[in-house]
Design a binder for this molecule. Structure first.
Ligand code: SF4
Length: 424
């Protein structure tokens, strides 16, 4: 394996996965690997999988087939949530050489060094209960915006979710470490940091997931607010029961934390929320949104919602629709429920027919479209600051206002990675 020098990555799933892929890539580059595009020839291909993606298995197979056609002698490494959940299944895919579970992911350089074509696929994985320790990660594609992972794992047991099985117990970095990383990113020219985690609001349990909170999310945002050079922070997604009034109040008064939240709701029916084992009722969710909008009328609020959860009748769905319709939120991320092995939701009846799930998804996506149009119209004519990305996409560039309205405009070099006052 000494001559192996090129590596290519493909990431499926969430922002956390993207930031981890970025870190894996930097680790291998430090070991002397040259990074290639996934469609280029490479000696090693790494696929970072996701368990939330539908058809993770099918997608993985297709990607491996693509690799085999392009570079038949290359090594294929599969890691990420799906690799932790179904290692044997993945190892049986023809062409896979190595499956790395959650605990081994960040030892990738060593494992690649030991690869050989001789003994079929190797699985390096352990039970998720044994996974502890925190691996800091951040993505850095261009200098503008970075996803910084500050927390991993989850101790909740939502009945539809496999993430706790794939990522282990809730654990996090220390405030001091996160601040240090933010300072380094600022020195590298990064202007915006998006704080990410599996259950971000649960920040503060330390690297080994203590039962007590040594620190908390409110302390983290206060400390980060003081880092010179970072102009913007966003909170990627936070559970409504963990989004405290203190945090909302702090964001409202901060110049650096953007008026933008993403708060998973999942259902607007208390009955379904109960079946999902979520830790709040719709009334709490509405209170959070109302407080945010009272303090920051211009704030963008994104919502995750799942349709077609077992037991969701037309009445329950209507409750969700009416609730979201009446709430002053800005856009929805709509997920169609799909069955996952080893989850409690499988025991809930009746199952919603696929056609009904798809229909409900469409209805909510239409609602989301209307909400987003409304957000844009509401601010039309206002001046807001846009941070433009350092990218030239076919002569165009993109950026976001503080409250997450996307602006696309002809490319201008001087606006790259700059905050520009913009008339909407
Ligand atoms: S809060 Fe629920 S949905 Fe989110 S990761 Fe934890 S168990 Fe999964």
């Amino acid at each position: 394996m000494n001559r192996t020098r090129t590596v290519a990555f493909h990431t499926l799933g969430c922002k956390l996965n993207f930031s981890e892929t970025s870190t894996l890539s930097r680790m291998l580059e430090q070991e002397g690997f040259e990074k290639k595009g996934f469609d280029d020839q490479a000696d090693v291909y790494v696929i970072n999988t996701c368990s939330v993606t539908d058809n993770a298995d099918k997608e993985c197979r297709q990607l491996v087939r693509r690799i085999q056609r392009r570079a038949p002698g290359s090594f294929v490494v599969i890691t990420g949530c799906y690799a932790q959940l179904k290692p044997a299944e993945i190892a049986s895919i023809p062409g896979v050489d190595l499956v790395l579970g959650a605990a081994e992911k960040f030892n990738i350089a060593r494992h690649i060094g030991e690869l050989s074509k001789e003994n079929g696929a190797r699985i390096c994985s352990c039970d998720i209960e044994e996974v502890s320790g925190f691996n800091a990660s951040f993505s850095q594609n261009d200098r503008t915006r970075t996803f910084l992972k500050v927390q991993d794992g989850c101790d909740y047991n939502c009945s539809f979710c496999t993430i706790p099985m794939a990522r282990g117990k809730s654990r996090s970095d220390s405030i001091a470490n996160v601040v240090k990383q933010a300072e380094q990113l600022a020195a590298a020219g990064v202007k915006e940091i998006v704080l990410t985690g599996v259950n971000l609001g649960d920040f503060g349990r330390g690297a080994d997931g203590n039962n007590r909170y040594d620190e908390n999310f409110y302390g983290l945002v206060q400390a980060l607010d003081k880092v010179a050079g970072i102009e913007r922070y966003r909170i990627s997604s936070i559970e409504p029961n963990l989004l405290t009034n203190e945090v909302i109040g702090f964001v409202a008064n901060s110049d650096k934390f953007m008026p933008h939240f993403h708060i998973p709701l999942q259902s607007g029916s208390n009955t379904i929320l109960g079946l999902m084992r979520r830790r709040y009722k719709r009334e709490l969710y509405a209170d959070r949104v109302n407080l945010i909008k009272t303090l920051m009328p211009h704030c963008a609020i994104g919502v995750d919602v799942i349709v077609g959860f077992p037991g969701e009748t037309d009445e329950h769905f209507k409750e969700t629709f009416d609730f979201l319709h009446s709430l002053d939120v800005s856009y929805l991320h709509v997920f169609t429920y799909s069955e996952r092995d080893n989850t409690r939701a499988l025991e809930i009846q009746p199952v919603v027919p696929i056609a009904v799930r798809n229909e409900r998804n469409k209805t909510l996506r239409n609602l989301s479209y209307m909400k987003l149009q409304y957000l844009t119209q509401q601010h039309s004519g206002q001046e807001r600051k846009v941070l433009f990305e350092a990218f030239n996409k076919n002569g165009m560039m993109e950026g976001y206002t503080d409250n997450y309205i996307r602006i696309t405009t002809p490319h201008s070099k001087e606006w790259e990675n700059a905050l520009v006052e913009w008339k909407l």
